[in-house]
Design a protein around this ligand. Structure first.
Ligand code: ZN
Length: 395
């Protein structure tokens, strides 16, 4: 693992594969940057495993702290069709006045041509929603102040595919030759061609990112062979899964230290290619969840399904500083969303007919300096389909 990482940094032509050949020359400075990260990795991975294991809860704690800032009582997807009842003479609902950041956002939505019913929903969350609703929106608006997290019109994303060397393991990579093909779905017609399904590889994800974010992406693919047990330690394995459909399948989970993710360049995607691990009871499924440490996205599933590809945009959204726009309200046993259809609720909310879009607030705060490449078609599509939730999910 260590030699592999080190050689990977210093001899990119031998060990790296890229989706376009000319990137290798263009990115020599990028390589030296990566070399820095990977040399850091060299040092970090020398940490005794006991030290790494002791810090395993760090990640969960960080995520928990994130979500405790986001409790909400009133924001609700069902309220999104609400009209401007209770309006003052400006057409805005009566309640908390819009501050400058929010006024700018509303003006931006109007300038872009978003439907007034969409705009009214955000005004309502701000004006007559709970303090927590407002704080979710405020958190999003804060991200706009950090230009380093804004999208560019052309974005390079490094994809590290962790191929297991551990004996007896199986894997599915993001490489065109070994991945699955995408699975067509009625929920998203056009997402995957039913007649000739595409390989669900890193290029498929790259195209999906173009669609979702409305800008250009270059995914640079690095398959990396690693021993999972050397890097993450022995997995925690349970003899069986208690779901009826899967009751005899054992499953294993690796402990992930967030510092291991920090060795990769910011906004990278790290993919767990491993799919099964050998145990005494037979091959065990890997059930690590996709996560982000706010810097790098770790995705643990392949992107062939409409349910799994959204984990890529969601976790990558975390690397841009975006948080969850929802909270679980225990009293009413309900998850409350302060967002229309967008990437930060996409793995949690039900789907509209829109194919994994950014919602207006996400789109506003991530807007590249020179604008999106898919205007105004994106807004027209959003206006047309944002309210199809019930039509699709109640089928
Ligand atoms: Zn998340």
């Amino acid at each position: 693992m260590l030699n592999n990482l080190y050689n990977h940094a210093d001899n990119p032509d031998k060990s790296l594969r890229s989706n376009t050949l000319d990137k290798k020359s263009v990115q020599s400075s990028e390589f030296s940057k990566i070399g820095k990260y990977l040399r850091m990795a060299f040092i970090k991975l020398l940490l005794p495993l006991s030290v790494i294991a002791a810090d395993n809860d760090f990640f969960n704690t960080a995520l928990a702290q994130n979500s405790t800032n986001q409790t909400s009582l009133q924001g609700n997807m069902n309220a999104r069709a609400a009209s401007n009842q209770c309006s003052d003479e400006t057409g805005n609902p009566i309640g908390e006045k819009l501050n400058k950041a929010m006024t700018d956002f509303v003006s931006w939505m109007r300038e872009k041509g978003y439907d007034e019913s969409i705009i009214a929903q955000y005004i309502q969350w701000w004006s007559i929603g709970s303090v927590k609703d407002r704080s979710i929106i405020k958190n999003f608006l804060e991200v706009k102040k950090k230009p380093e997290n804004n999208l560019k019109q052309d974005n390079t994303v490094y994809v590290y595919d962790l191929i297991p060397l551990d004996p007896g393991t199986t894997y599915l990579s993001l490489d065109q030759n070994t991945c699955n093909t995408c699975q067509p779905t009625e929920k998203w017609p056009g997402w995957c061609d039913e007649r000739s399904p595409q390989p669900a590889d890193y290029v498929f994800v790259e195209n999906h990112f173009r669609h979702t974010f409305g800008v250009e992406f270059d995914f640079v693919y690095y398959p990396m062979e690693i021993s999972y047990t050397d890097v993450f330690g022995k997995p925690d394995c349970q003899p069986r899964v208690y779901k009826k459909s899967n009751k005899d399948t054992p499953r294993c989970k690796f402990k992930i230290d967030p510092r291991l993710l920090d060795q990769f360049p910011p906004h990278s995607i790290v993919h767990f290619a491993i799919t099964s691990f050998p145990t005494e009871a037979g091959p065990a499924q890997i059930y690590n969840h996709s996560v982000s440490n706010g810097n790098v996205a770790l995705v643990t599933r392949t992107p062939e399904s409409f349910l799994t590809i959204v984990t890529y945009t969601h976790e990558w959204g975390h690397t841009l500083g975006l948080r969850h726009p929802f909270v679980d309200v225990k009293d009413i046993n309900k998850r409350i969303f302060v967002q229309l259809d967008g990437i930060m609720s996409n793995t949690y909310a039900r789907n509209t007919k829109l194919i994994d879009p950014t919602d207006p607030l996400e789109r506003y705060i991530l807007e590249p300096k020179n604008g999106y490449l898919d205007e105004p078609s994106f807004v027209n599509e959003y206006n047309k389909h944002f309210d199809t939730l019930s039509n699709v999910d109640q089928q």
